[in-house]
Design a protein around this ligand. Structure first.
Ligand code: PGA
Length: 259
């Protein structure tokens, strides 16, 4: 099962995950990171600014989970812009080594396969950061997504568009389509780190961690992965049936074990 770590707040979650990423990059300077966007991963990126300050990150590679289709890559809310602003620039990563799904390519039909080929050529993703949508999506794999899916075009649910409207002037500006890594792509990453904060995520998180494994709740795909760490605050953990056990397991974790 996934390891569930319940922390007091976002900053504690950011520090915990940043520590693991710093360790990975120190051991393997050309590590391949799977990068998420949205509000959830921001505490990790903030903590990494300090944690990676003295680490050589010039060879770190990265692949974003998803990208909107239909907005200009220069738009401030394209994920190419968000990753550059929140991750590449503040952490001093090499821009040419950090990729986002090529959702602006003319040959959109072949864009997913090209992204998959790039990830494969990099040797796969070492550590994939994930958030979870209120509808249970990971990446932009909306309910019903195949567990075997690869990077492809998806239609966003209206719930996702409403959730993301806060980043745009109006909901009419939120794209309807995206190019997202599939659940099969995410499953291939060697370590999944899923974060969730706030009560709004509690139901989706409980379904993903403790509910039946079902395409109706794509986040439940994490139950099929051999190495998953879930880092959540108390509010997001509030609907977890076995929360006390997770706390007990983490408090009694052998010292030699990392997340
Ligand atoms: P959020 O989105 O981090 O902005 O809440 C998470 C997601 O949709 O995966």
């Amino acid at each position: 099962m996934a390891e569930i770590v319940i922390v007091p707040d976002r900053a504690a979650a950011g520090a915990l995950v940043a520590e693991q990423i710093a360790k990975l990059v120190t051991e393997r300077p050309d590590a391949v990171l799977g990068l998420a966007t949205g509000s959830t991963p921001l505490p990790v990126y903030e903590a990494l600014r300090e944690r990676l300050a003295d680490v050589d990150v010039s060879r770190v590679r990265g692949f974003a989970l998803d990208e909107y289709v239909g907005i200009d890559p220069a738009h401030p809310e394209s994920y190419a812009s968000v990753i550059r602003r929140e991750v590449v620039e503040p952490l001093g990563l090499s821009p040419e080594l950090i990729r986002t799904p090529p959702a602006h390519d003319e040959d959109l039909a072949g864009a997913g396969a090209r992204y998959e080929a790039e990830i494969a050529a990099a040797g796969g993703i070492d550590l994939q950061i994930l958030g979870i949508g209120t509808d249970g999506h990971i990446g932009f794999n909306e309910p019903g997504s195949s567990f075997a899916s690869r990077t492809r075009i998806k239609t966003l649910t209206e719930q996702t568009r409403e959730d993301n409207a806060r980043f745009f002037d109006s909901i009419d500006d939120v794209p309807r389509h995206c190019l997202t890594q599939g659940l099969g792509t995410i499953h291939d990453a060697r370590h999944l780190v899923l974060l969730a904060f706030g009560e709004g995520k509690a139901e989706a998180l409980a379904g993903a961690v403790e509910g039946p494994v079902t395409a109706s709740l794509p986040g439940s795909a994490i139950q099929l992965h051999p190495h998953v760490t879930v880092v959540v605050d108390e509010a997001a953990a509030s609907q977890l049936r076995f929360a006390d056990y997770y706390r007990h397991a983490y408090a009694n974790k052998p010292e030699w074990q990392t997340i």
